[in-house]
Write a protein that binds this ligand. Structure first.
Ligand code: SF4
Length: 332
């Protein structure tokens, strides 16, 4: 049982840690990174021992859920072993992973055998041409094959993360809902956020949560699912298909921010603690760890950072400043 909890000055308790295990990726999604991305030197990236060490300290501070992200986590070797080691952490209740899916063809079974049960796979379009436009890669069929392999291995739920963008995927919203219904995937639409490297984000670029729901509801009637208990901290607002064929979630970060319920903090691949996806400041945990700081000292750094956490993002305010890191260097 955690002695100290990670509570900020707005009385939000933080129990959810996202760990980016690499900034590298085998895709080049236009809403995330530039085509000619410069990756960090290996020595700057946390080793698995360092990830486990910092995760243990965080779990002792009340973190009960860890999500592994990237870049693309499955381009880093040994993720099943890392998951097995994380599962040994007393107090950690849930491990999940966000992936672009192509690594699942080869790794789904090892990940499942290592004890992983929850995965989110990014899938913004079912159209080969648009997929290539958005990811700068011709691999849609391998992502779909990765999804099938994950389902065959027993992953459940498998969530699909779709970024809805005007002029790209806004005409595929119902198709993606149909695909998810027919394959028993849980679809999550994420409003496009200003964390892209190429500065293409604009208010005319994203599709609002309301628009997405009305498009789906017109074809597949939906009803809102009230979130209680732990679920109220979920980023996604859930809507159930009234015919019982699953549900769809909306992560409306821009138009309906949920920062007042935020329980998430992030650790970047180079060991920087970010208290918000849009944080402009970070707390270095890796240098103290590498220079012999005690677990107490590192715990104090985390507690202090959370205590000073910002109230929320400022995307909708005139003084919004875009973070220096793009999405691939934060991990979503
Ligand atoms: S924008 Fe920041 S404060 Fe708001 S929900 Fe996301 S991480 Fe939390």
């Amino acid at each position: 049982m955690a002695k100290t909890k990670l509570i900020d000055s707005f009385n939000r308790e933080h129990t959810n840690l996202r760990i980016s295990v690499t900034d590298q990726c085998n895709f080049r999604c236009i809403y995330c990174m530039p085509e000619d991305m410069q990756f960090m030197e290996d020595e700057k990236i946390m080793t698995f021992d360092e990830i486990i060490h910092l995760a243990r300290i965080a779990v002792n501070l009340g973190i009960s859920k860890i999500r592994l992200t990237g870049g693309e986590p499955l381009v880093r070797r040994g993720i099943p072993q890392l998951i097995s080691r994380l599962r040994q952490l007393d107090g950690l209740k849930e491990i999940s992973l966000t992936t672009n899916g192509i690594g699942l063809i080869k790794q789904a079974k090892d990940l499942y055998d290592a004890g992983l049960r929850r995965i989110n796979v990014s899938l913004d379009t079912l159209n080969e041409e648009k997929f290539e436009q958005m990811t700068r890669r011709k691999v849609l069929s391998r992502v779909l094959a990765g999804l099938k392999e994950a389902q065959r291995c027993g992953f459940n739920p498998i969530k699909l993360n779709a970024v809805a963008m005007q002029g790209f995927t806004n005409d595929e919203i119902v198709d993606l809902a149909k695909f998810a219904r027919e394959n028993s995937y849980q679809l999550r639409f994420i409003e496009f956020m200003p964390l892209d490297a190429d500065d293409i984000w604009g208010r005319n670029m994203f599709v609002s949560g309301k628009e997405i729901i009305s498009k789906i509801n017109a074809i597949y009637p939906l009803e809102r699912v009230q979130s209680n208990g732990e679920a109220k901290h979920d980023a996604a607002k859930r809507y159930r298909f009234t015919d019982g064929r699953g549900d769809v979630g909306i992560i409306a970060s821009v138009t309906e921010p949920f920062c007042d319920q935020c329980n998430r903090i992030r650790l970047t691949a180079d060991g920087q603690l970010r208290t918000c996806l849009f944080a402009l400041a970070e707390t270095d945990l890796l240098t103290p760890l590498r220079t012999g700081a005690s677990d107490e000292m590192i715990a104090d750094l985390i507690i202090e950072a959370v205590r000073n956490k910002e109230p929320g993002h400022k995307i909708n305010s005139a003084d919004f400043v875009k973070p220096k890191r793009n999405m691939s260097m934060i991990g979503g």
